[in-house]
Ligand binder design. Structure first.
Ligand SMILES: Cc1ncc(COP(=O)(O)O)c(C=O)c1O
Length: 479
């Protein structure tokens, strides 16, 4: 069916989606995070590519019917798995505008709107995080690509120290680049090293007993030869921080590029209550964070900031006769990151910052801090749960531990609770293994989550844990 050969149903389809959004948003807080029939609903999609399509309205109807049943309400307030934010009202509406206007945010001529709003967004984010005024940045698809983008700049700088332009000449003939980090490094930074030809297996581990940087080891490993140091603001299992200021001072004194992964931890700088955790980021050469986590804009969005944008341009410029040249006030963001054609993510970033401002974001961050602290306190007070590490930010690493359970059965018990949680629907969270111990790691980044939602985490874990133990008891007796 040629869409031009039939009446244009764009408006009818958008009306249908807007009507669905009414009930969807009204139920977002109370509905199960995941429907019990989500797997079956997802598998209803399929079949052969239709020769003749079903038409706009029927396709959208199918998408809404089976799609809503098959999806996970990860944008809702009781989703605590991984570190996944929701969408503020302004960000959601602006994201719809993004699709309506369908801009290619590669450069000014393709979209003055997208380019200007990206520049303003980067400036505002820089201010929000208290980064130096002269730094530049670019929006990316997320923190993985932001790590890739910033580490590409680091690689360019490192090559330059050896008299080489690695974007032109490649890495052949150069020594192995020393890349140092702690046990807090995120897999996405390792993936970025793999993509950049720097080798994820080449990482030099400078961690101490708790996984964070051992500063003496770092000092010993750096010998004044150019190196790249990756510090971590917000470790993904329990939300802990490397001592960023000290790491940056040692690294800078030893001729190293300092990169900070602050996918969610950079947001600590918004609240005076926890800003100290991310102190020293301003000494780095590059830092990244995510939009689809604590900024609460829709997928996908991240940001990479660099002290000197020339290192981004060296790698990512893709000059061609048919493309324009960048100007100071009219940067070509397509020349500052991996994508040339790009979604105009800036519309949602700009709209949410414009709508809620610095105070709104401080309120969101501090509510998440309060929720995490509240849950951590409840866990500490409970006689059937154990806080496995302090919760300095927004992740609470804990396990269910009834008084009469033996250490040997705890991993299996908590894993089985996790399986039940993912089916149960009241809350959504998962386990991790950190420092050799298995526990849950609910993360608080959603703007909607309340104290009661935080309480429901422990209540649900306890309820499902008790049921599991009751079910297994008769077998114990028989055994
Ligand atoms: C510390 C850290 N860095 C990087 C990432 C990767 O982010 P994304 O999934 O947005 O690419 C994450 C994701 O959880 C993270 O926690």
């Amino acid at each position: 069916m040629d869409p031009l050969a039939v009446p244009d149903e764009s408006l009818a389809a958008l009306d249908r989606v807007a009507a669905e959004a009414q009930s969807y948003l009204a139920e977002l807080t109370g509905a199960p995070v995941r429907s019990a029939t989500s797997d079956v609903a997802a598998e209803r999609f399929g079949g052969a590519l239709p020769d003749e399509g079903v038409g706009t309205m029927e396709a959208i109807e199918e998408l809404l019917r089976d799609g809503i049943e098959a999806h996970v309400r990860s944008g809702g307030p009781r989703f605590f798995h991984w570190v996944i934010g929701g969408s503020t009202p302004a960000a959601l509406a602006a994201d719809w505008v993004t699709s309506l206007l369908d801009q290619n945010a590669g450069g000014w001529d393709a979209t003055p709107l997208g380019t200007r709003l990206e520049k303003v967004s980067i400036d505002w984010l820089r201010e929000l995080f208290g980064l130096p005024e002269h730094w530049s940045g670019v929006l990316t698809t997320g923190a993985t690509t932001a790590n890739f983008t910033a580490l590409a700049a680091a690689r360019q700088w490192w090559g330059e120290q050896h008299g080489a332009d690695v974007s032109e000449e490649g890495l052949a003939g150069l020594p192995q680049a020393p890349i140092l980090s702690s046990g807090f490094i995120h897999v996405s930074a390792r993936k970025a090293l793999a993509m950049l030809g720097l080798g994820r297996g080449r990482l030099i581990d400078c961690s101490g007993a708790d996984g964070s940087f051992d500063l003496r080891r770092l000092e010993q490993a750096l010998d004044g030869r150019p190196a790249i140091v990756i510090a971590n603001a917000g470790e993904v299992n329990a939300g802990h921080f490397d001592p960023i200021r000290e790491v940056a001072e040692i690294a800078r004194a030893n001729n190293a590029w300092v990169h900070v992964d602050g996918a969610f931890g950079l947001f600590a700088r918004i609240s005076p209550r926890v800003a100290q955790l991310a102190d020293g980021v301003e000494l780095a050469d590059s830092v990244i964070s995510d939009g689809h986590k604590w900024l609460n804009v829709p997928y996908d969005c991240g940001f990479a900031f660099v002290r000197d944008p020339a290192y981004l341009g060296a790698t990512f410029t893709a000059a061609a006769a048919y493309l324009p040249e960048p100007e100071d006030e009219r940067p070509i963001f397509g020349f500052m990151g991996p994508e040339l054609s790009r979604r105009a993510r800036s519309l949602a970033v700009w709209a949410t910052l414009r709508a809620y401002g610095r105070d709104g974001y401080r309120a969101i961050v501090e509510r998440c801090l309060d929720n995490a602290a509240h849950l951590a306190r409840l866990v500490e007070e409970a006689n059937d749960a154990e806080l496995l590490l302090p919760a300095p930010l927004n992740i609470v690493f804990f396990r269910y531990r009834p008084p009469d359970a033996s250490e040997d059965e705890l991993d299996d018990l908590n894993l089985r609770i996790e399986q039940d949680i993912l089916r149960d629907g009241r809350v959504y969270l998962g386990t991790t293994r950190w420092n050799g111990v298995l526990g849950f790691r609910p993360a608080f980044v959603n703007w909607r989550s309340t104290k009661e939602d935080a309480e429901l985490v422990l209540e649900t874990v306890r309820d499902l844990g008790q049921r599991l133990r009751l079910r297994s008891r008769p077998q114990d007796v028989r055994a």
